[in-house]
Structure formats: structure tokens, C-alpha cells
Design a protein around this ligand. Structure first.
Ligand SMILES: [Zn+2]
Length: 205
């Protein structure tokens, strides 16, 4: 006896989510089926909005809300915040890591999201990442320190060294967070205190 087709289709979609297996997918699907129409509509609207209303920040490539037809593109809440220290930029590979650092509450500066790490094996080269945009920001002259917060993997190291070499001629201090602290999106459970200490204990490259 199979589930009715729409129910089965929902279960199959839910199973594509990370950490959701058959049993969890079934539980969620039955839960939604039992919800009033208005509740399901809220979920439907939230799902629609993340694709329709979130774009990448034109400055730092963090997620930003698309607001109105600004032809220069949207700015994220961090770049718009006049209280942030514009002389420090923390470089991360993905927005998830930016949010992890934000949660420590101890970082006052701006960010730059690369969109990945340099990896010749996976055919990811510097020009595939937002490196040129970072260099353009640095050439504007307001930044005195760049903090590299990339994963302590071969790819993270390679990317850090590449960036340090690019930044050095500009005479801007380049540091990295204390070594051995994994902040990658796969390692979601680096606790905030550890990350906070890693930011404090950064070293010059
Ligand atoms: Zn931004």
C-alpha cells in the first residue's frame, strides 16, 4: 500500500534535506498534512521568499534582502550598519561561516565572502571566487587589516597564502584566526567561545 501520490512526493522532497531520513520525512509530511491551511501557507510563503527576496550583497557577497530596483544591487545589513568598523574585513568562504562569527558577538568589522576556496583539483580557480571584488574594496584605502578565517584544510591554506600574497603589496596587515580551528560549514558545532578565542588569538601572515 503506497501513500497517495502528493504525500509520497512531499516525503521524497523532504528526504533531500540534510539530516532528514525516511522516518523523519514521514513524520514531517504527516504533521504538515494535519496543519490548517493557513499554517501551510506560512511555510509556503517562507520557502518562496528565500529564493525570490534574497540576493547576494553587492559589497561583501553575504546574503542580503533584495529591496526595490536599486540597479547597483542590494547591501546586506552588516554593510549598511554605520556602527561597524570599516577598517577591518574578515574573509570567509561561505555566508554560513560569516553568521557563525556574527553569533560570537565579538567581531565589530565587515566581511567578505569568497564563495568557495581555491581548489585546482575541483577546478576552482581564483577568478571563480570573489577575490577581484575583495582587492577592489582594499584598493579603496579604508581597510587596515584583513583577517583570513578560512578552514585549516589544504584548500583553505592554499587560499589563505594566495590572498596574503595578493594583499601584501597594498601594505595592509593580513592576519589569520588561530590555527586548527575549523569553522567550515560542515563543522557546524565549533562553539562560539572557541571561535571567539580564535579571532582574538589571530596571527600575522
Ligand atoms: Zn554586505
Amino acid at each position: 500500500m503506497n501513500y497517495p501520490e502528493p504525500l509520497e512526493a512531499l516525503i521524497q522532497e523532504l528526504k533531500k534535506l540534510p539530516g532528514v531520513g525516511q522516518r523523519t520525512a514521514e513524520r514531517l509530511a504527516f504533521h504538515l498534512l494535519n496543519q490548517p491551511e493557513e499554517e501551510v501557507e506560512l511555510l509556503r510563503e517562507a520557502l518562496r521568499a528565500i529564493k525570490a527576496e534574497i540576493v547576494l550583497c553587492r559589497e561583501c557577497f553575504n546574503f542580503a534582502e533584495a529591496r526595490g530596483p536599486d540597479e547597483r544591487g542590494a547591501l546586506c545589513g552588516i554593510c549598511r550598519d554605520p556602527g561597524r568598523d570599516r577598517s577591518v574585513i574578515c574573509v570567509v568562504s561561505h555566508p554560513q561561516e560569516l553568521w557563525k562569527i556574527e553569533k560570537t558577538g565579538g567581531y565589530p568589522g565587515l566581511y567578505h565572502v569568497l564563495g568557495g576556496l581555491i581548489s585546482p583539483l575541483r577546478d576552482v580557480h581564483p577568478e571563480d571566487l570573489h577575490i577581484e571584488e575583495l582587492m577592489a574594496r582594499l584598493r579603496r584605502g579604508d581597510v587596515r587589516e584583513v583577517i583570513l578565517a578560512l578552514d585549516p584544510t589544504v584548500e583553505g591554506e592554499h587560499t589563505s597564502l594566495y590572498l596574503a600574497r595578493q594583499i601584501k603589496p597594498l601594505g595592509i596587515l593580513t592576519t589569520r584566526i588561530a590555527q586548527g580551528v575549523p569553522i567550515g560549514r560542515d563543522l557546524e558545532f565549533t562553539d562560539e567561545a572557541t571561535l571567539s578565542r580564535a579571532l582574538q588569538g589571530r596571527v600575522t601572515l
